[in-house]
Design a protein around this ligand. Structure first.
Ligand code: TGC
Ligand code: FAD
Length: 388
């Protein structure tokens, strides 16, 4: 797939269409020119440069798999390949694009009114407006069905109270998709920045996903018109369907982070000399590289298979869980192993593997922890839900 020789052991690239290959190459070039030279500094400073948003809009990756409203309407595989190349740069970059396109924009595109779509989607596709998606709360992460955030009708309006935690883009977003319980079941609301009673703060001191903004949202008697409600969203299935979109992107993205690590380790091993020869010439190093290349190619094939199922319209949630569970934990193991090949040099931001490994700790946890995806697969196998 995106594994340029010699890492593409299985010639996965030959399974892609010309258009898919072209989109991948365009995104890869963008990452090389606009991200790779700066990402270590962003990571160290704990920031995501907002000015990148319109650049990502011009690149066409924001909501790229959606139709209309300024979105490109590409295939799921093309979107996945874009995620792969973005996450080869940094998981924070892919997170930005996932949250914007697969969570915030998708929730409006799928469940919003025509007015909501017209108001937000074209600007979000262009990167002029930033969105976030608030499902997780301080006391309810894996178990969103018990959320406390509540919206109550008051005449024609709604009054929203509660808080959301760990929200990517939360404190820089122009609009938040917020999920709340109501007397009629779970509903989604669009809450624009500046709405009285809506505040946010940036979470500091993160050791992971530092080149990404993570925030906490608070809602204190926030009055919203009924036109702020996503009319098509009823029940927990609505936010969980959005998660399916973002989890799909992560299946590809994690393979991208792993690819960048293995590339880095191979390059380093070929030039680093110890005991009079390149460390790449030692059998132990080759054993590590071979195992990682096998796992990387397997992850890429799995991602591509799921992409083809998604494009065929037959993909099921538990199949996405197989991809997310396998590809993220594989990528994390690869990132850590690549760091060992770099020796002491591997502990600084000069090389990417430890940055990727630290990022992948978040990726393992968000969008459903590895334990939750294990249980989703367990439920598909046995028919028993073991969550509660
Ligand atoms: P359960 O009773 O199983 O389901 C409730 C309703 O939802 C439907 N459903 C789904 N629909 C679409 N896609 C899925 N993956 C779905 N999973 C379930 C289900 O059919 C049912 O529909 P209906 O019509 O019968 O009401 O719900 P449960 O409460 O038992 O929970 C199941 C569980 C644990 C799998 C679910 O709660 C879960 O996935 N928990 C993990 C929460 C999570 O992933 N949060 C992520 C927050 S967003 C985020 O992390 C963004 S990270 C930023 C980035 O990507 O960069
Ligand atoms: P908990 O749910 O408290 O889990 C703690 C541990 O218990 C985990 O190991 C978990 O697997 C385990 N556990 C829980 N239940 C079970 C069970 N039934 N069986 C076995 N083990 C179990 N959320 C959003 O809504 N929007 C965002 O944009 C967003 N961005 C994020 C960005 C970052 C950087 C991070 C770290 C998180 C983000 N999240 C976001 C939140 C993320 O989705 C949650 O952290 C995740 O769902 C886990 O919830 P929790 O942290 O509350 O952990």
């Amino acid at each position: 797939m995106t594994l340029t020789d010699p890492l593409d052991l299985l010639d996965i690239d030959s399974l892609l269409s010309d258009e898919e290959r072209q989109i991948r190459e365009t995104v890869a070039r963008f990452v090389s020119e606009h991200v790779r030279p700066h990402v270590a500094d962003w990571f160290e400073a704990g920031t995501f440069p907002r000015e990148l948003a319109p650049e990502l809009g011009k690149l066409g990756v924001l909501g790229m798999h959606l139709d209309g409203y300024g979105c490109a309407g590409t295939s799921a595989v093309a979107y996945g390949l874009a995620c792969l190349e973005l996450e080869a740069g940094d998981s924070g970059l892919r997170s930005f694009v996932s949250v914007q396109g697969s969570l915030a924009m998708f929730s409006i595109w799928r469940y919003g009114s025509e007015e909501q779509k017209q108001e937000w989607l074209p600007r979000m596709a262009a990167g002029e407006a930033i969105g976030c998606f608030g499902l997780t709360e301080p006391d309810f992460g894996s178990d969103p069905a018990n959320m406390r955030t509540r919206a109550v009708r008051d005449g024609d309006d709604w009054i929203l109270n509660g808080s959301k935690m760990w929200i990517t883009n939360g404190s820089i977003a122009d609009v938040a998709t917020v999920w709340a319980r109501t007397e009629e079941g779970f509903r989604g609301f669009l809450v624009p920045k500046g709405t009285p009673g809506f505040t946010s703060r940036t979470i500091k001191k993160k050791l992971s996903l530092r080149a990404s903004i993570t925030g906490e949202l608070s809602f204190d008697d926030v009055r919203l018109p009924d036109s702020a409600r996503l009319p098509g969203a009823q029940g927990l299935g609505a936010p969980l369907s959005c998660l399916g979109e973002a989890r799909f992107g992560i299946v590809f993205g994690a393979a991208g982070a792993a690819l960048d690590c293995v590339r880095t380790a191979v390059d380093y091993a070929r030039t680093r000399v110890q005991f009079g020869k390149p460390i790449a010439a030692f059998q132990l190093t080759q054993g590590k590289l071979a195992d990682m290349a096998v796992d990387l190619n397997t992850s890429a094939l799995l991602a591509l298979h799921l992409g083809r199922l998604k494009d065929a319209g037959t993909i099921k949630p538990h199949q996405i869980s197989v991809g997310k569970l396998n590809n993220v934990r594989t990528a994390l193991a690869i990132a850590r192993e690549c760091r060992t090949i770099l020796g002491g040099s591997g502990i600084t931001l000069e090389y990417s593997p430890l940055r990727h490994a630290n990022n992948l700790e978040s990726v393992l946890t968000y969008e459903g922890t590895s334990e939750i995806h294990t249980l989703v697969i367990g439920q598909a196998l046995t028919g028993h839900a073991a969550f509660k």
